[in-house]
Design a protein around this ligand. Structure first.
Ligand code: DGJ
Length: 717
């Protein structure tokens, strides 16, 4: 044992005879150090001789010998020698822009049932109190960080120019970052890049992004799926966000993330406080599979709105691809009738149902039914749909307004704009309402409260189709105008939360021209996501593979439609098999279907219902990613590990990686089964032990390009 390590152990005995606390958050006897322990990781902090709170280590919990000097400030600020990315930048009333923090106190507390460490630091001179929180989610093996700042003074505002959610330093190594970017129709494209000296920034200035604020960091070359170190995280915020990864010359890496304060400031008046949204962090040595398991379980078991968290998601019909804006009572009822025969449970009318909405150039903002299309109103039609045995849902886009609408004609000032500047319209010229305004909030609340109160609506699809432009807030006092984005997002959350509270049995789908606004904050308020407007099954296999890396399958709505982006004319069976890997929906004009198409659909929907519990509630293993081979294999395993479902998709006649001699793809080694238990695989005659399936693997009898198969695996006896 070397001398340093012996000294360290002696030090540990001195400082770390633990105060009996939570076992999860432990304070050293000197009250100046903390060990936060999760299943796999330890997060260590201490107060150094200068009275500064330092982050010491975040990683494998057995590596306690790394306890030593801090890697950097727990809350790096703009002030003094700035040697890390500051997460707080303020200007005090007298113009001073430097912060000098010193430790004041700490407490171990419980927030929403989870243990949390709160450390309070004060500026040495000015009235600024900074609380940094670390909340532990023990069963999910992750932590959350956020910051709260208070202006404790009696006069003068503190201008916040930047306030991120947290910072974490990783010890010196060569790292690779994987993040998910994208564009309309190609959401969540994984990108892997080496972190070299300097800063890699991912930022969104809009409220929309087709990527994700989730990230994965691994030591270079470690890309095993089931083993190896991984640090990962995700931000709970649905507006303009940013993540920075700074690699220092000494090899350490700092990760920061939070609201993107670009073109933004918050003026904190005396006694006011401001909190950043939580930034989730995790560490596992179970490779990328460990990341998926933690994130998906957290969303499924804790984050999703409680009212529907454990309910099976219904089979959906959605009218968009069948009818676009051309909706009317007669045709919708005809669609509903066939949908019911096929086995659909929820019939959703998409865009086009409200006043003046004949195309995308009119109507947004006027949220009452269009009497030209539905002369009897919505109610009698919903009653007929309910009488067929279907629930009813409807599309809305609350945050938008068309200049051609009664709302805009009476309140042109409610749309985002700057004086003396043009208003930059989006799709069909639509503009974004300034939801930061209380009158806009109240108008929208009344519209949708009435819509839900007057009609038996059980499902809302909440869309958002425009990029943010012209975010002026000229009706607000000058010192509040640049907080407009923050206020907007607060009111967005408030609106969804209020409606959900009043109508707890309504399902809410989150959509933004496909997957333009998918994050943990939306998932705590919505039951599921419309992941992409790209319903081509081949593209979907890729998008779904990424989505399922980060989010659970019961939040992934996937319809089959007539869309064929690559002119491959994929079969209906193939399309169903792709969509059945999430929450199944149908989007064809099914009144035009022949008997054969209806037969296939009826059988597939029945099959989906038989495996739905496993698909929606089970653990998802991405056995073969389409990014690795020209095929994809997904495995879903029940919690009790006695039932599993495999989705296999071939994307080429001879998928890459095939065994040359036999022209067969390698055996598929399954995951998550019980080694000693025997399993039957539907359609394959032999019985296999779980151990065999996991260690030797099976040859899936699937041949040919754009072919798919679903295998159900069941424990015997
Ligand atoms: C964009 C969505 O992504 C589509 O699914 C559809 O709802 C249209 N908007 C309707 O305008």
């Amino acid at each position: 044992m070397n001398r340093r390590f012996i000294l360290f152990l002696i030090g540990m005995v001195g400082t770390f005879t633990l105060n009996a606390q939570t076992n999860i958050i432990n304070t050293g006897n000197d009250g100046k150090s903390w060990n936060i322990v999760t299943r796999s990781a330890v997060y260590q902090l201490n107060i150094n001789k200068q009275g500064n709170v330092q982050m010491v280590f975040f990683g494998n919990k057995n590596q306690i010998e790394t306890f030593g000097n801090g890697l950097g400030a727990e809350v790096p600020v703009r002030g003094g020698q700035v040697s890390a990315i500051p997460i707080i930048e303020v200007v005090f009333p007298d113009g001073v822009r430097d912060i000098e923090l010193e430790y004041k106190t700490s407490e171990i507390t419980s927030l929403d049932g989870y243990p949390a460490l709160k450390i309070i630091q004060n500026d040495k001179f000015y009235s600024l109190e900074v609380s940094s929180f670390i909340r532990v989610l023990p069963e999910f093996d992750m932590i959350e960080k956020w910051i709260e700042v208070v202006n404790t003074g009696k006069k003068g505002s503190i201008k916040i120019e930047n306030l991120l959610s947290g910072s974490v330093f990783l010890p010196k190594d060569v790292y690779e970052l994987t993040h998910y970017s994208g564009v309309w129709g190609h959401e969540f494209t994984p990108q892997t890049t080496k972190l070299t000296q300097g800063t890699k920034t991912l930022q969104v200035k809009d409220f929309k992004s087709y990527g994700s604020s989730s990230f994965i960091i691994r030591p270079e070359g470690e890309n095993e799926k089931y083993t190896g170190k991984v640090w990962f995280g995700s931000l709970s915020y649905s507006g303009n966000w940013r993540l920075d990864f700074e690699k220092f010359f000494n090899g350490n890496v700092q990760i920061t993330g939070g609201i993107n304060f670009w073109d933004q400031e918050v003026n904190l008046k005396p006694q006011q406080k401001f909190s950043s949204p939580p930034l989730l962090f995790g560490y596992t040595e179970q490779g990328s599979e460990g990341v998926t398991m933690r994130l998906a379980s957290y969303v499924k078991e804790k984050l999703l709105p409680e009212s529907h968290r454990n309910q099976l998601r219904p089979v959906l019909y959605n009218s968009w691809y069948a009818t676009t804006f051309d909706v009317n009572e007669e045709h919708q009822l005809a669609l509903a009738k066939v949908a019911k025969e096929l086995g659909v449970e929820m019939f959703v009318i998409d865009d086009g149902w409200f006043r003046g909405r004949i195309n995308d150039k009119a109507g947004l903002g006027d949220w009452t039914v269009d009497k030209n299309k539905f002369p009897n109103g919505l109610k009698p039609m919903i009653e007929k749909i309910n009488a067929m045995g279907l629930d009813f849902g409807i599309w809305i886009e609350p945050e938008m307004v068309n200049p051609n609408s009664d709302l805009y004609r009476s309140h042109p000032d409610w749309a985002f704009h700057f004086s003396n500047r043009q208003r930059n319209g989006g799709r069909g010229g639509q503009l974004m309402l300034n939801l930061a305004r209380e009158d806009v909030y109240q108008y929208l609340y009344n519209c949708f409260h009435n819509l839900l109160k007057e009609n038996n609506i059980k499902f809302i699809k909440w869309d958002m189709n425009k990029a943010l432009t012209d975010p002026g807030f000229i009706s607000a006092p000058a010192d509040e105008q640049r907080a407009v984005r923050i206020k907007y997002v607060e009111n967005l959350y408030r609106l969804v939360e209020t409606l959900r509270k009043e109508f707890p049995d309504v399902w809410f789908e989150n959509c933004s021209s496909g997957g333009g606004r998918i994050d943990l904050a939306m998932l705590s308020r919505f039951d599921f996501n419309w992941v992409s407007d790209n319903t081509d099954p081949v593209d979907r296999i890729f998008i779904q593979d990424s989505y399922l890396t980060l989010f659970p399958a019961n939040t992934m709505i996937s319809w089959i439609t007539q869309e064929d982006w690559h002119r491959q004319d994929p079969s209906l069976e193939f399309k169903f098999d792709v969509s059945m890997a999430g929450v199944l929906g149908v989007g064809y004009d099914i009144t035009k279907w022949n008997g054969e198409q209806k037969k296939i659909a009826t059988e597939k929907i029945a099959k989906y219902k038989a495996i739905r519990e496993t698909v929606q509630k089970g653990d998802v293993y991405r056995i073969v990613s389409p990014y690795e081979e020209n095929r994809s294999v997904l495995q879903y395993v029940d919690k009790n590990k006695r039932k599993a479902v495999i989705f296999a998709y071939n994307l080429a006649e001879y998928p890459a990686n095939q065994v040359k001699e036999t022209q067969q793809t390698p055996l598929v080694k399954l995951r998550g089964l019980l080694p000693e238990v025997k399993y039957n695989i539907e359609g394959i005659r032999e019985t296999f032990s779980g151990r065999y399936l996991m260690e030797i693997g099976i040859n899936l009898p699937l041949r040919g390009a754009f072919k798919s198969e679903i295998y159900v695996i069941q424990a015997v006896g």
